[in-house]
Design a protein around this ligand. Structure first.
Ligand SMILES: [Zn+2]
Length: 296
């Protein structure tokens, strides 16, 4: 059995951004009413709350200021009409990958546009301020949920879903999957599919193996549970630093960025602090945050 273990390089701390001039707050908007993918896709529920939808430039400037950002996040381009072809990253394939049409493991979406995708894992911390911040700033993200951490409050994630964000599968109990048999792996993945269907109305087609570790059985089991994609990540954001998979230690067009639902129990800051670090860096480097599912 082949085990694919991700070898993430330890990152160095990225220096805290200096405060930019207030004028920089104006730089992030393409203009009033410019198109954005940060809205619920057609057919998805709109937010229930009567909170003002911050679609105007002025509202985004105010939101950026309110949440302490250095600049207004850039708006994502209109999603492509033709989706890119997603294949397994070189070296991340398993035996039978193509022949058996197994879900590809990848870390970047092929695109030339300066966009990154925000993915948030596990589900331990449930900070309502995080929901408000992302809603105010119209930042799309994808959550990978592990049942043992979310089952005490499915409602928190239903709110997230109602605001246009996608919930995906991250197993029942977050095990090291390559250490389990095929049947055990299938129980972990299909079991979470069943819970997500019941709690959120839909079994996802996107799955992330815990720790980014998988083998051929993982992808076969995932496929049998209805999974089509197994994205992992190219960068990981912590509340106080970034870590990079690539030697150049930089962001690239289409990169998938990982962070976790964590708060002060786990690290020295809140989800809001974590998101502030993430957004300040991607905006400073000229990247917008796009919705992963728009490219799958
Ligand atoms: Zn995880």
């Amino acid at each position: 059995m082949r085990v694919v273990v991700q070898n993430d390089k330890k990152g160095l701390m990225v220096g805290t951004a200096g405060l930019l001039a207030v004028a920089a707050l104006m730089s992030g908007c393409a203009g009033p009413d410019s198109g954005s993918t940060a809205h619920p896709a057609a057919g998805q529920p709109r937010p229930h709350k009567a909170a003002p939808a911050p679609d105007s430039h002025a509202a985004l400037v105010a939101a950026a200021r309110h949440w302490g950002l250095d600049a207004v996040p850039l708006r994502a381009p209109v999603p492509p009409k033709v989706k890119p072809r997603i294949t397994a990253r070189d070296g991340f394939e398993v035996d039978g990958q193509v022949e058996d049409d197994l879900p590809p493991v990848f870390t970047t979406i092929p695109t030339r546009q300066k966009i990154v995708f925000l993915t948030i894992d596990d589900g331990a911390n449930k900070d309502p301020r995080f929901l408000r911040m992302m809603n105010d700033l119209r930042i799309p993200y994808t959550a990978f949920l592990s049942n043992y951490l979310v089952k005490d409050d499915y409602g928190f994630f239903r709110t997230m879903q109602s605001e246009g964000h996608t919930l995906n599968n991250h197993t029942l109990t977050h095990p090291y999957l390559p250490g389990l048999s095929y049947e055990e792996q299938k129980d972990e993945i299909c079991g979470m599919q069943a819970i997500m269907k019941k709690q959120f109305g839909k079994a996802p087609t996107v799955f992330r193996p815990p720790y980014g570790n998988y083998n051929g059985d993982t992808l076969r089991a995932a496929k049998s549970c209805g999974i089509k994609y197994a994205p992992i990540w190219d960068e990981e954001v912590f509340v106080d630093h970034w870590e990079y998979r690539e030697w150049d230690r930089g962001l690239h067009p289409g990169d998938i960025v990982l962070t976790h639902f964590r708060g002060t129990d786990d690290w020295d800051g809140t989800m809001v602090d974590d998101m502030r670090r993430f957004l300040n860096k991607v905006t400073r480097e000229g990247y917008a945050v796009a919705r992963l599912e728009d490219y799958l």
